[in-house]
Design a protein around this ligand. Structure first.
Ligand code: SF4
Length: 460
């Protein structure tokens, strides 16, 4: 026999969650508006001539779209993950919305095993990040149409084939799903399931809820997969929007819950690959290596790699803007990003291994890696916001005290990572000396994620 537990008075957050649940039509309306605005800004600039030097973001659609996508949307969506969880995904994301909508009328096939492979978020993030650099996605609208539009077409195709009323694409294949999942673990708000209440809910009062990103709501213990859509708010009187200490999910992560693919994505992707991708165009080492390689090729009468005949969808090719990549450019970019990912990721992995070894616990290096999420999030925000800064500077708007702001952000993120690692270590009851040693080696590991930004912003 079931017996319902008495309901606690709802908090403001819980009341807001239930408001979201009751106002689905409003959320749907918002999603339709976002979808049309997104399609317009992705598609139309690709068919316009490239803007000249006199164009401004307020009088030229291409410049405006560039600023919206890369100056505001992308950096601040990442920040929103750390502040509000994946509310972007559940409330605004046009791709998530469209894949779910088409899945209502699609084939509704079950999700095959190959789609569920845990390495997709890693592969997809690396692939789109590197490809985006090769085609200069931050600068040219045709590249935007190819990268963002291509992802949207794929989201629609998967929605038409797999799942019914679901977001199979978002759950398994979206290139930023893994990164969003990592960052959302820091958020001070989440949808929380009370297992006791769930199990004791009155069956007669239970109306099934459709969780589009396929979260097992009853067993939900992480916000990584939840799109914060609010549909389950109040379900069985057991699920509510709730507050928590920022980072508490990471601090309380159990060793067995650490996922090696998530750690690879964090260390080699969000940190290593992202740094390489943001750094190569500002790097004097890149220029020196490229000149040396070109000279070597000329000395050896080998000119094929110096050709600039690659199509725009493979390598940047805009002669009208005097921006054309040679095959050598493409190889050098691949080499630079690859080397950065391996060196930085390798450094962090090595020191994390030692950190884990010093704790005396198997897999502790994987658990402690999650404490690097603040540094990873801050780093990628710094890289993306550099574009915001340069787009604003081109319009004569300069951000005051930029070096100081960047330094404070990096410092705060480093301290947050160290604090998270400290909280994890304190649960291991290691003794003061060993705990200090573990934290020192963790700090050396995390330096691998901080120093490249220091070099980029303060040395070069
Ligand atoms: S668990 Fe699912 S239904 Fe509930 S808020 Fe998250 S995404 Fe929406």
């Amino acid at each position: 026999m079931s017996c319902a537990l008495p309901a606690a008075p709802p908090t403001r957050l819980a009341a807001f969650g239930r408001w979201m649940q009751r106002n689905r039509t409003l959320v749907l309306g918002l999603q339709w508006v976002t979808l049309f605005a997104y399609l317009f800004l992705v598609a139309v600039p690709a068919f316009l001539p490239l803007p000249d030097n006199q164009a401004h973001l307020w009088d030229d659609l291409t410049r405006f779209a560039q600023f919206v996508f890369w100056g505001i949307w992308w950096p601040f969506v990442l920040v929103s993950m750390m502040l509000m969880g994946r509310a972007w995904c559940g409330v605004l994301c046009p791709e998530g919305f469209v894949t779910e909508q088409v899945s209502r009328v699609g084939l509704g096939r079950p999700v095959p095993r190959w789609i569920k492979w845990g390495g997709w978020p890693f592969v997809a993030f690396l692939g789109t990040t590197v490809y985006g650099q090769l085609v200069s996605v931050y600068e040219y609208p045709k590249a935007v149409l190819l990268v963002l539009g291509g992802s949207t077409v794929a989201a629609i195709a998967f929605g038409l084939v797999y799942g019914r009323n679901k977001r199979v694409w978002c759950r398994h294949l979206c290139p930023v799903n893994g990164v969003f999942g990592l960052l959302s673990r820091l958020a001070p708000v989440h949808f929380r399931t009370d297992r006791d209440r769930w199990d004791h809910a009155e069956p007669a009062r239970v109306i099934p809820v459709n969780c589009a990103p396929l979260v097992d709501i009853r067993r939900m213990e992480t916000s990584a997969g939840c799109h914060m859509c609010g549909r389950c708010a109040g379900h069985r009187d057991a699920v509510e929007l709730a507050g928590r200490a920022p980072g508490s999910e990471v601090a309380q992560l159990e060793i067995d819950d650490a996922n090696p693919w998530e750690v690879r994505l964090l260390v080699y992707g969000l940190i290593g690959t992202a740094i390489g991708a943001f750094q190569w165009s500002a790097s004097p080492w890149f220029v020196q290596a490229k000149i040396a390689a070109a000279e070597w090729l000329i000395e050896h009468d080998s000119y094929a790699l110096l050709g600039d005949n690659a199509p725009w969808w493979l390598l940047t090719h805009y002669p009208e803007a005097s921006d054309v990549f040679t095959w050598l450019d493409g190889l050098m970019i691949l080499g630079y990003i690859g080397a950065a990912a391996l060196l930085i990721g390798g450094w962090i992995s090595l020191w994390l291994r030692l950190t884990g070894y010093l704790t005396g616990r198997a897999r502790a290096h994987l658990q402690l890696a999650y404490a690097l999420i603040p540094i990873g999030g801050a780093g990628v925000f710094l890289g993306l916001s550099a574009l915001t800064v340069s787009l604003l500077a081109a319009e004569g708007i300069n951000i005051a005290h930029l070096p100081l702001i960047r330094g404070l952000l990096l410092g705060a993120a480093s301290l947050a990572s160290l604090a998270l690692a400290g909280r994890m270590v304190s649960r291991m009851t290691l003794g003061a000396a060993r705990a200090g040693l573990v934290l020192a080696t963790f700090a050396i590991a995390s330096a691998g994620a901080v120093l490249p930004w220091v070099v980029m912003y303060y040395v070069w």
